[in-house]
Design a protein around this ligand. Structure first.
Ligand SMILES: NC(=O)c1ccc[n+]([C@@H]2O[C@H](COP(=O)([O-])OP(=O)(O)OC[C@H]3O[C@@H](n4cnc5c(N)ncnc54)[C@H](OP(=O)(O)O)[C@@H]3O)[C@@H](O)[C@H]2O)c1
Length: 273
């Protein structure tokens, strides 16, 4: 509760993984959590947990890739003057395979879900927030935004787009009392791999390849608590866990390190093909 008033928090991707954990961890009396996702049953499960912690939960079953429907939802539910304090934009999908094996439809799906949708949500809430001169928008992104990710090229492309949004909007927002955050994650153990699009590769091969790379896979609950604590401390651009923070720093300064990782990704991919 801020200044005795209820806080409103919007979480996209609240039905699973990191978004689910963020919603549950943020739940407390005096907070209203808007939970957006597609899977009604999983959304209800999160809503029940949020309510059990004393917060109000509003479930919204919506396909964020349907930008026209989302426009109607945003205009009706959060019209101009709405007071929203925190917006966590976590919804995304991923896709594995080499570019020549991906379809235009695959790219379009990732474009709408992972880039156009967060841009649409961020724009809508940003405009409301600058009217009230307060608010926070958190873009849940990836180390791939800085480093790229061969065999997940469409995903890396969209996340790099989010980085562009962050690096520009955060300066515009400063003058209006609105804060923008870019949270980059390394590997996190969530459903995103099971539900990914696979072209000439598979879930099993991809998980084997991630395992061989040897990076730590963070539990979703830990990823969520680290995102929340960084945001609370006002850290606007950060990467988690430690190896992701190191690679974010290294990517523009010592690109040969990233080249070595990418060569390894491709080597393992071809060995498993
Ligand atoms: N897991 C990782 O290793 C990792 C690494 C770096 C960054 N990230 C980022 O972390 C964020 C959360 O991902 P996660 O790992 O927690 O994945 P997840 O468990 O698969 O959760 C993804 C969420 O996005 C929602 N979503 C996807 N497409 C949607 C659509 N068209 N309309 C509405 N909701 C949609 C899903 O809803 P439904 O299930 O209801 O469809 C789900 O709630 C993403 O932005 C992801 O890129 C994850």
């Amino acid at each position: 509760m801020e200044d005795g008033r209820e806080e409103t928090i919007v979480v996209t991707g609240a039905s699973s993984g990191i978004g689910r954990e963020i919603a549950i961890q943020l739940a407390e009396p005096g907070r209203i959590l808007w939970l957006l996702g597609r899977d009604e049953q999983r959304l209800e499960d999160v809503a029940a947990k949020v309510r059990s912690k004393g917060a109000v939960a509003e479930k919204v079953k919506i396909d964020l890739a349907d930008l026209k429907a989302v426009d109607v939802f945003l205009e009706n539910t959060f019209p101009s003057g709405s007071d929203v304090d925190w917006v966590y934009l976590g919804a995304a999908i991923t896709a594995f395979g080499e570019v020549q094996d991906m379809t235009g439809e695959d790219w379009d799906k990732l474009y709408r879900t992972n880039l156009l949708s967060p841009v649409q949500m961020a724009r809508h809430f940003y405009v409301n927030m600058i009217e009230r001169k307060r608010g926070n928008i958190i873009l849940i992104s990836s180390l791939a935004a800085y480093a790229g990710y061969p065999t997940a090229t469409a995903y890396a492309t969209m996340k790099a787009g989010l980085l562009g949004l962050y690096r520009s909007l955060c300066y515009e927002g400063k003058g209006h009392g609105v804060s923008i955050f870019h949270a980059s994650l390394g590997y996190v153990g969530t459903g995103i791999y099971k539900s990914a699009i696979y072209r000439k590769t598979s879930y099993e091969k991809t998980m084997k390849s991630i395992d061989r790379l040897g990076f730590r896979i963070l539990p979703a609950s830990e990823a969520a608590s680290k995102i929340i604590s960084n945001v609370k401390r006002g850290k606007s651009e950060f990467a988690i866990p430690g190896y992701a923070a190191a690679m974010k720093w290294v990517a523009p300064r010592m690109p040969f390190v990233i080249t070595a990782v990418h060569r390894r990704i491709m080597k393992i991919y071809r060995q498993l093909a």
